[in-house]
Ligand binder design. Sequence first.
Ligand SMILES: Nc1ncnc2c1ncn2[C@@H]1O[C@H](COP(=O)(O)OP(=O)(O)OP(=O)(O)O)[C@@H](O)[C@H]1O
Ligand SMILES: [Mg+2]
Length: 242
Amino acid sequence: MYVSEDPVFRQKEVLFPDYIPDHLPHREKEIKAVSSMINSALKNHSQIANIFIYGPPRTGKTASVKFIFRKLKEGANAFTVYINCFRVNTRMGALYTIIFEFIRKVKPTRRIPSRRGVAYDELYDLLVSELKKTKAFPIICFDEIDHLLPRGSEVLYDLSRLKEEAIPALLIMVTNDQFVFMNVDPRIKSSLRPVEEIPYRAYTLEEMREIIRMRIEFAFQKGVVDDEAVEYLAEVATEIGR
Ligand SMILES: Nc1ncnc2c1ncn2[C@@H]1O[C@H](COP(=O)(O)OP(=O)(O)OP(=O)(O)O)[C@@H](O)[C@H]1O
Ligand SMILES: [Mg+2]
């Protein structure tokens, strides 16, 4: 049977906001740095540094973390939690997300606790006891962390306190604002240490051109988007990242 090809799209999914490509050009160095920090933390629980990623909008911060999480082998040893603090901006919401992901990925047979009528402390104790029992290592990304601070910042302190219980955990904090922790309670700030900083710089026009060209090549049939449009998109996108 003859199946007619879509005249416009090759792979429409490539244009969806959640799409993460198999390769992120010009972010290899940053991805390698974050991955190796995660790997060394997984190998040596006594040397865990949290990670702070900052940089202008549209520079691949979210894409990199999701890319790294996708490659990571999850299971009984380690599990990842991605929290978009724009959506989840309270300590209760963050803690609940962590427990939810723990159950989904590490202990699917366990019943998910109800959100209603449960106290924060009760939920925290549940997380501590489950992590102790299973020895699963949570790697938690707080993306757009500026939206969590200061309202939900206590959860960062509580998660840093896990090490007092000999429970390993690694936090990845992502934001546009390099100085986001400036007004945060010093007690919370110091509990997060040590922190490794990974700055993301804006793409140059040339880099942006390549990134956009690649995306268009995957998404559209040949000839649908012309070079002039690519050039225009690259210029606009570079401007946003500045
Ligand atoms: N190096 C890259 N290669 C391919 N696509 C990329 C690259 N960097 C970014 N992108 C794409 O550009 C878009 C914006 O990237 P992303 O959302 O990761 O930026 P961000 O730094 O998290 O921005 P913000 O600070 O606004 O949250 C996404 O669609 C992402 O897949
Ligand atoms: Mg982002």
